[in-house]
Design a protein. Structure first.
Lengths: 133, 924
């Protein structure tokens, strides 16, 4: 995934964070599929739990500044995963791996949408984008 | 080439040194190579001046025409000196007859602008054995580690130095009057260092050398052989170095000192230790003096760096190229100052982490005693932590704040405070952690919750997340990662705190100081692998969301006040944001029982004072919280006494008491916890006052800080309500406290790192002091885990209800009871003579004889009993002996101090005896 050249700081940062989240999600998918090496899988799972689903949400917010771009994904990741895990538990549909596949796919989709939306936006607008979030 | 003329200058200030002055003068008169003139400058002492004029013929006696102090006196003399070479001798030193001859010889090289000689101590009392030669500069003498004779040096030593006349033409302002003796009560110095550096700045090819053949002897009185003088002199040297660095830049100002601190002093310390091993006990003292001297000098430097802004006008004026009489007293210039800041953080931080790691690596945690980890780690652990606080102080005092560096420091502080325990202990701390693990295991194994088991199954959010995580991460039990969770939660809190503080428009230094204070005072340890841990992070996120996007301007505030408290007034709150808020709040309601209500109280307080828009989101939050509680209400009412503490605010305010007779160390720890908590809240109040005084709004922060306490009006939360209130109050109390410590919004004073150091010190006692009764060995965890997995379900009676039990998926089939301690079978009183029979009867009564019963004794229970006075070691011995001798119990596990007894069939047929009372107390 190539990074756009010459974009303003917030946009570049957003894409970097999106790429990072995407890599974590894909990496964990692979590790889960191949029954990955324990410490690595644990670390990827940790990064996923604390960042990826939230990033997929926050990347679609219009304007987010640096600390919010890091902090809010943590809250929304933990929140969303807690929600889906608990609801599946209450409903008697406790299938953590299926749930992971679902959340992972949704997160990648959300990140993809976020990247696409940003790229479709006029670059000049991106450069003028104000950090108000 | 003709021999240059020499003026010798001796600066004097007190008649107390009359004999030394006379000796110095005589030594000059007796030189093999006579001086052209001898100048005595009297530093504002008329009696001494008159006495010298009367008694010293052939000597030029002058009054100091400049400011009081050595520098002014020297400048006065230089102004009238006519010699081509100007030499300086201290008034308490005397020169050897060839002194001037050797000095003059060195000037045959025309490139040499200054020559210094050797100053050797003349002890008036015995040479102190503890004073290392590396620190002889403390007594004004040459020290070990100086360059060899003839080698170029950065600066000369004031007691024995000489310069060509041209040097003073190049640096016409002479010696700085804000350096050197007498301008301060402290024994400051470095005026000649600063002069030499400026000389080199003006003429880079200037060459200064040492000529060791040119000797003087320096009188060292007894008072200078005392350790107190050593400390004062080191501190003053640090202060002086800071001032020199401010004037000439840190590179030049500390160029020699870096090599001295990194090469000479370590070698000196090693030499001292080697002397010790050779049988010289003084070697240890010298090594200690080197460490102490380095620390104190560094501290003085730090103090000088932080307090330097007060010296800036003088520094700026004297560091300019213009002479001081041009009246060009420019104010402090940030770029200039920024350029002079040493990159201390670049080595302080890694050095502190290295020391911390070394201290941890040598920790002896196999058998913890009083004060837990604190007594088990090496001194380098504390040195590392101290250095980290110093480094934080340096970063906060920088002219240009660097978020990256401060972020790294925050991460380092979190690592040191919350990463130490998981690094040194094989298993996670706290007995309750294992209960949490059991619930996660239950959910992973069963795939559903059973609301009748316990309250946790009614608030399953956290356990569901952990169960899901275990599967995705491919771990079989949370035991694999449990001990690291607290560290991860604390790291997660860092950006959330920053978002909130930024939204509150806290100035950047206060913002970071608040972050450091938060992590340095979050002692209650509730955010481990527990629902409270997750709820805390989520709650911080919700408050960050609210402050960032759902706040309103303070209507009672004016201009800056409104911005200062709640940032941008009237930011429109969109529907997705409200939905996001409601969803997050809903998640908190099924993660933790108390957190949503504390959160509602905080939000309500903000809404009441008009800082939250729309106000009705508080109502939404309350409805969500109550709606979740409603279906669970019967269970909570029945099992947890929901209304038993309503209205008992002051009773609920009391911190939990584990024992009426805690040990001495426990009393100290309890006091540390209390002082830290009250101290943070007191600082918050002072900070509120400071903010109000400076025109900043305080109501929002005050509401967030103290609203959690209101929850105690309706709930004691098992006597832990006050701890939870503290946890939720802490971020905002820390924000207010930072306003008290950095009230000027300018570069930091010494207050901030000092208070942070105190905070961290109290934190260490509060957080690690209990470890003896909180830490389980790997053998303990493994043995009891194996027992719980393999044993037939039944009643488990623990010697004390504190152990790594209930960490299996079938934890619900093993109800736990305690032998000793409040609310247990025997209680806090003395055990009956035949406690085994008593326990057997109790077990039979509780199980109806249909299930087995077990008695578990483990080391952590013993440690807990000793620490909190719940049960003495003798009680444990009595229990174990009684069980071993009883025919009603059979030992089935014995490993590394862990013993498990199982009830025998004989118990079912035991005769009814003296203990046929109702034994159900403490039995589930």
């Amino acid at each position: 995934m190539s990074l756009p050249v010459g974009k303003a700081g917030p946009s570049r940062r957003a894409e970097l964070l999106d790429c990072l989240a995407g890599l974590v999600a894909i990496g964990l998918d692979v590790l889960v599929l191949v029954g990955g090496i324990q410490p690595l899988r644990l670390l990827f799972a940790l990064a996923f739990t604390f960042f990826v689903p939230g990033r997929a949400i926050v990347t679609n917010w219009p304007r987010v500044e640096r600390w919010s771009a890091v902090g809010m994904p943590i809250v929304f990741s933990l929140g969303s995963l807690t929600l889906v895990a608990t609801v599946s538990l209450w409903l008697g549909l406790w299938h953590p791996m299926a749930l992971f596949a679902l959340v992972s796919a949704a997160s990648l989709a959300g990140i993809g949408v976020g990247i696409t939306r940003r790229r479709r936006a006029c670059p000049t607008h991106l450069e003028q984008e104000r950090e108000v979030g | 080439m003709s021999s240059p003329s020499i003026s010798v200058i001796i600066c004097v200030y007190t008649e107390d040194r009359w004999d030394h002055i006379c000796a110095a003068v005589e030594s000059i008169r007796a030189q093999s190579r006579p001086s052209a003139e001898l100048i005595l400058v009297v530093d504002h002492n008329e009696a001494l001046y008159a006495r010298l004029v009367d008694t010293q013929p052939g000597v030029i006696v002058l009054r100091n025409q400049e400011a009081h102090g050595l520098s002014g006196a020297r400048n006065t003399a230089v102004a009238v000196a006519k010699g081509e070479i100007i030499a300086f001798l201290d008034d308490d030193a005397f020169a050897q007859p060839e002194w001037l001859e050797f000095l003059t010889e060195a000037y045959e090289d025309s490139k040499i602008s200054g020559v210094g000689g050797l100053a050797q101590p003349r002890w008036q009392t015995r040479r102190p054995r503890w004073l290392p030669e590396e620190f002889y500069w403390v007594v004004g003498c040459n020290y070990r580690g100086m360059p060899p004779s003839g080698a170029p040096v950065r600066n000369l030593l004031g007691g024995n130095m000489s310069f060509r006349r041209e040097a003073f033409d190049l640096v016409p302002e002479g010696f700085r009057i804000d350096l050197g003796r007498s301008v301060d009560k402290r024994p400051l110095g470095c005026e000649e260092t600063e002069f030499c550096i400026r000389l080199r700045e003006r003429k880079p090819d200037v060459k200064l050398i040492m000529e060791h053949r040119a000797k003087v002897w320096h009188h060292v009185p007894g008072v200078r052989c005392q350790f107190s003088y050593f400390v004062a002199r080191c501190y003053a040297e640090g202060l002086s170095k800071a001032r020199v660095s401010a004037s000439v830049g840190w590179k030049a100002g500390l160029s020699s000192e870096r090599g001295y601190a990194t090469r000479v002093l370590p070698l000196g310390a090693a030499r001292g230790m080697a002397d010790l091993f050779r049988g010289d006990i003084g070697g240890l003292r010298r090594a200690g003096a080197i460490v102490a001297g380095l620390c104190v000098t560094s501290g003085g430097y730090m103090a000088g760096v932080m307090g330097r802004n007060r010296q800036l006008p003088v520094v700026a004026a004297l560091s300019t190229d213009d002479p001081p009489d041009t009246d060009d007293r420019r104010p402090a210039e940030e770029p200039r100052l920024g350029a002079t800041w040493p990159p201390l953080g670049s080595w302080l931080l890694p050095a502190s982490l290295a020391l911390w790691a070394i201290g941890l690596s040598g920790a002896h945690v196999a058998s913890l005693g009083s004060y837990g980890l604190l007594a088990a780690v090496g001194i380098t652990f504390y040195a590392g932590l101290g250095l980290l606080v110093v480094s934080i102080g340096v970063e906060l005092a920088r002219a240009q704040i660097s978020p990256l560096r401060l972020g790294l420091h925050a991460a380092a502080l979190i690592m040191v405070l919350y990463g130490s325990a998981p690094l040194v202990y094989r298993e996670g701390r706290y007995a309750w952690l294992y209960k949490t693990i059991g619930i996660v295991q239950y959910i992973s194994a069963h795939g559903h919750v059973d609301r009748s088991i316990d309250i946790y199954q009614n608030w399953p959010g956290f356990f569901a997340l952990a169960g899901w995580f275990d599967q995705v991460a491919g771990v079989s039990t949370p035991l694999d990662y449990a001990k690291w969770v607290q560290l991860v939660f604390e790291l997660a809190a860092l950006p959330l705190l920053h978002i909130s503080y930024r939204s509150l428009a806290l100035p950047v230094r206060q913002r970071w100081l608040a972050i450091f204070l938060y992590f340095g005072s979050n002692w209650i340890g509730q955010d481990y692998l527990s629902p409270q841990g997750l709820a805390t992070v989520l709650s911080l996120g919700i408050v960050a969301l609210v402050l960032r996007w759902m706040h309103a301007g303070n209507p009672s505030a004016r201009g800056q006040e409104a911005r200062g408290d709640m940032g941008r007034a009237g930011t429109p709150c969109s529907r997705p944001l409200v939905a996001g808020f409601a969803l997050l709040f809903f998640i908190v309601t099924f993660v933790h029982e108390l957190s949503p209500y504390i959160l509602v109280t905080q939000l309500a307080a903000l809404a009441v004072i008009g800082l939250l828009r729309p106000r009705w989101i508080v109502l939404i939050a309350l409805v969500i919280a109550v709606a979740y509680l409603a279906p669970n209400f019967p269970y909570v009412y029945r099992h947890n006494g929901l209304f038993s503490s309503v209205g008992n605010f002051f009773g609920n305010l009391r911190p939990p008491v584990f024992s009426a007779r805690p040990g001495a160390s426990q009393a100290v720890i309890a006091h540390c916890e209390l002082v830290l908590s009250i101290g943070v809240w007191a600082l918050a109040l002072i900070g509120a006052w400071c903010r109000r005084q400076s025109g900043q709004a305080v109501t929002g922060l005050l509401a967030l800080t103290f609203a959690p306490i209101l929850v105690l009006a309706i709930q004691a939360y098992g006597n832990e309500g006050i701890l939870r209130a503290y946890l939720f109050s802490l971020p905002w109390a820390a924000a207010l406290a930072s306003s008290a410590l950095l009230p000027t919004l300018d570069r930091g004073t010494l207050r901030a790192p000092l208070i942070l150091a105190c905070t961290v010190g109290l934190f260490l006692f509060s957080f690690f002091g209990d470890d003896a009764s909180n830490v389980m060995s790997q053998a303990e965890v493994t043995t009891l885990l194996t027992f719980m997995e393999e044993a037939r379900p039944g009643l488990v009676i623990c010697a004390l209800r504190d152990g790594p039990l209930s960490d299996t998926a079938n934890y619900n089939e093993f109800p736990i009871a305690g032998v000793y301690g409040r609310g247990s079978i025997v209680g806090t009183g003395k055990a009956p003579p035949s406690v085994a029979e008593f326990l057997a009867r109790t077990a039979e009564y509780a199980t109806g004889g249909s299930k087995p019963a077990y008695v578990v004794i483990s080391p952590v229970m013993l440690a807990y009993g000793k620490a909190y006075g719940g049960a003495s070691p003798a009680s444990f011995t009595a229990l174990r002996d009684s069980l071993a001798q009883s025919r009603y119990w059979k030992e089935i596990v014995s490993n590394d101090g862990i013993v498990v007894f199982r009830i025998t069939v004989a118990a079912a047929h035991m005769p009814r005896g003296a203990y046929n009372s109702k034994p159900a107390m403490g039995v589930p």
